[in-house]
Design a protein around this ligand. Structure first.
Ligand SMILES: C[S@@+](CC[C@H](N)C(=O)[O-])C[C@H]1O[C@@H](n2cnc3c(N)ncnc32)[C@H](O)[C@@H]1O
Length: 196
């Protein structure tokens, strides 16, 4: 298959498809972190190039529940939220038969449509919790591949990336957004095995 991985600088999903014999390219405004087929630039002008499958990870800064919290204090962010929703809708309207759009829980569910599936890295072999919504066209929901059990804290499940109270352990840093946005390899492998 000819696969476009939109909004990916890590090369994780791209390389999972290449490892299974597909022609895959990542695209991001940023350069790729791992050497491999990558188009650095805006993805919108290349949507019409005969792809069989697109997996897209559009920016979530102005879409997630935690990000929207800041819109009340900084009204100028509302415009950026509208632009982010418009970008997702442009991706979803691409002339590609199989599309997966991935994003954390946020306003897309109400402003666009409910996700087809919500997955967790701990269903795909990682000791981590991160609710991830998938909006699918022409694709079956992903089947979990390996369940990782949590530790129990006062009757509540917690995974390694969480404190006992359920917060993410990653402290503030300049590259926090990038680290938090990386696709888990177990999820990338499941995408390539099940959708390839
Ligand atoms: C949430 S991150 C996704 C990271 C991805 N999960 C990975 O493992 O590399 C969103 C990415 O979208 C990219 N982006 C934003 N607008 C874009 C556009 N118009 N075309 C291509 N990439 C874009 C950003 O540069 C950013 O790296």
């Amino acid at each position: 298959m000819k696969v476009l991985v939109a909004c990916e600088f890590s090369g994780t999903v791209r390389d999972a498809f290449i490892a299974r014999g597909h022609t895959a390219i990542s695209c991001d405004l940023l350069p790729t972190e791992k050497p491999g087929p990558h188009y650095q630039g805006d993805v919108l002008p290349i949507l019409n190039e005969g792809w069989d499958l697109m997996i897209a990870h559009p920016p979530c800064t102005y879409l997630t529940s935690s990000g929207l919290h800041w819109n009340k204090r900084r009204p100028e962010r509302a415009k950026q939220t509208e632009e982010a929703i418009h970008f997702v809708k442009m991706l979803a309207a691409a002339p590609i038969p199989r599309i997966c759009i991935e994003n954390p829980i946020g306003c897309l569910s109400t402003r666009w449509r409910k996700p087809d599936q919500i997955i967790q890295p701990h269903q795909f072999g990682h000791d981590a919790s991160k609710s991830t919504c998938l909006w699918l066209r022409g694709l079956m929901p992903l089947r979990p591949t390996e369940h990782i059990a949590p530790r129990m804290v006062n009757g509540k499940p917690r995974w390694s990336n969480q404190t006992d109270s359920g917060q993410n352990k990653l402290g503030p840093s300049a590259d926090r957004w990038a680290l938090r946005s990386l696709t888990y390899p177990g999820i990338a492998q499941a995408m390539a095995e099940q959708w390839g």
